[in-house]
Structure formats: C-alpha cells, structure tokens
Design a protein around this ligand. Structure first.
Ligand code: F6R
Length: 244
C-alpha cells in the first residue's frame, strides 16, 4: 500500500485529480470505478474544471459506480445516480451508455447484480477503482462481516452507516436500509485502487487500516492484499485517535 500524506481535503482532492487525469490520458479506453459520498466531491469538481479547460475528455471513459440504494429510482434526488449526474456526469462529455450504476429499483435485484458483474467483465475489468472508507471500515457498502469473496450483491446497511448518510436525506427514516454494492472480490479485481481518506471521523478506521491485519471484521483491511493500492490521507484522518 502506497500511502500519500497530505495536509487537508483540498490537497487530497488535488492529488487524486492528478492521478485520475494521468490515467485518463494514458489509457486508451479507461474504465473507472467511482464512489459517491462527501470524500470524492472535491475530486469530481476538479475533474469538471480539467474538462472545461480542455485538459481531459471523458469520450472514451467507461464508469462503474460502487453502489446504489435499494428502492430508489434513478430520478430520485437521493439516488446515487442523481448524485453522480449532479457532481460529475452532466458537466462532462461522457457517453450515457458508458455510465454504469446499479439499478436499486430493478424488479429482479439478483439479476441486476449478476448483470453488473457481467458488464464489468465485458468492459475488460476496472482499471482504477476510487474508494472512500466508512468509519466502520466498509468499502462500497460492504459492511463488517461481509465475506472477502463477495460479488455484487444486495447488502444490509449497518445502523451507523444509515446514521452517517442521513445527512443527505430529510430524515433518517428516509434512508434506505439496503443497497446494491459491488462485492469485495469485485473491488479487489480492479487493476488499481485509489483510496481517499479525509477528516477526523475516519481517524479510527485509518489507524486500523495502517495496523496491517486482514480480517473480514474490517472490510478495508483486504486492501493490504492488493498489489496496487494508493491511499491519499489528510492530517485529520491520520491523527492518532488515542491522543484525543
Ligand atoms: C460510496 C461508498 C462508501 C463511501 C463511504 C465514505 O459509494 O461506497 O463506501 O465511500 O461510506 O463516505 P463519505 O465519503 O461520505 O465519508
């Protein structure tokens, strides 16, 4: 695991932008794995700016998002489909047919999960997967205890995840309790992984990750077994939680 220490959220977003811009330039048909949540917003904003300045194009880019809430239609303002559209897609020249986000409102969710796995394979696999981390160590929505062999599946969200994500909804009751998430094995099959970690709410998780053990009780720990992981972490997320 290659760890890059940065000062703050802005610097983390800048470094991540540099890496993604470089991959978009160097790969003929880049396949990007994308994440939602607060962590990548600064990165997406900067990618839009790079696009507006003519530095990059998404014409040949294919994307696969990590997850989507079960039960939310694409046009629901809280869906991750809308999040991605608002934060990135509608501002750049990406082709709609190359955008992939699980459909959490599919009638047959099992089929949807299988189709998602198939689509990733058809695209030739993910070149670089962007990740955030949950305070409980989740990657995608794979909560503690998820088998490392998991593929894209319907997952139950932990109470702490529902609480953490309630900030995006009017009330906590509106937060779906399930999601469709790329599996841990699916994530691990990516050729490269870029994990962004910012803020003191992630300090505990970061300390556990750097401690180095690998256990299904702490999903992100599996990243220690991947050959090509870069972690960009800011000072607040590196503060030793025991010192507080
Ligand atoms: C998002 C995802 C989650 C988030 C994680 C951190 O698609 O799969 O694993 O990356 O919950 O969320 P933020 O960035 O909001 O702290």
């Amino acid at each position: 695991m290659h760890v890059i220490n940065v000062k703050n959220y802005e610097e983390m977003s800048e470094k991540a932008t540099d890496i993604l811009v470089h991959r978009i330039h160097s790969l003929e048909k880049p396949v990007l794995g994308l994440a939602t949540g607060s962590t990548p917003e600064g990165l997406y904003q900067r990618l839009i700016e790079e696009y507006e300045q003519g530095a990059i194009s998404f014409k040949h880019v294919t994307t696969f998002n990590l997850d989507e809430y079960v039960g939310l239609e694409q046009n629901d303002s809280n869906s991750y489909y809308q999040f991605m559209n608002e934060k990135l897609f509608r501002h750049v020249d990406i082709a709609m047919e190359r955008i992939h986000i699980p459909n959490g409102a599919a009638l047959d969710l099992g089929k949807e999960c299988d189709a998602y796995e198939h689509a990733i394979k058809q695209a030739g696999g993910i070149d670089i997967q962007l990740l955030g981390i949950g305070a409980n160590g989740h990657i995608g929505f794979n909560e503690p205890g998820t088998p490392f062999s998991s593929k894209t599946d319907i997952v139950d969200l932990e109470k702490t995840t529902i609480q953490a994500n309630a900030r995006f909804f009017h009330s906590i009751e509106e937060v779906p309790t399930q999601a469709v998430s790329m599996g841990i094995e699916t994530i691990m099959n990516s050729k490269e992984i870029l994990l962004l970690v910012s803020g003191e709410a992630k300090a505990d998780a970061m300390a556990k990750l750097l401690a180095g053990g690998v256990s299904e009780d702490f999903p992100a720990s599996i990243l220690n077994n991947h050959a090509n992981v870069t972690v960009i972490v800011d000072e607040a997320a590196l503060a030793d939680p025991k010192q507080k």
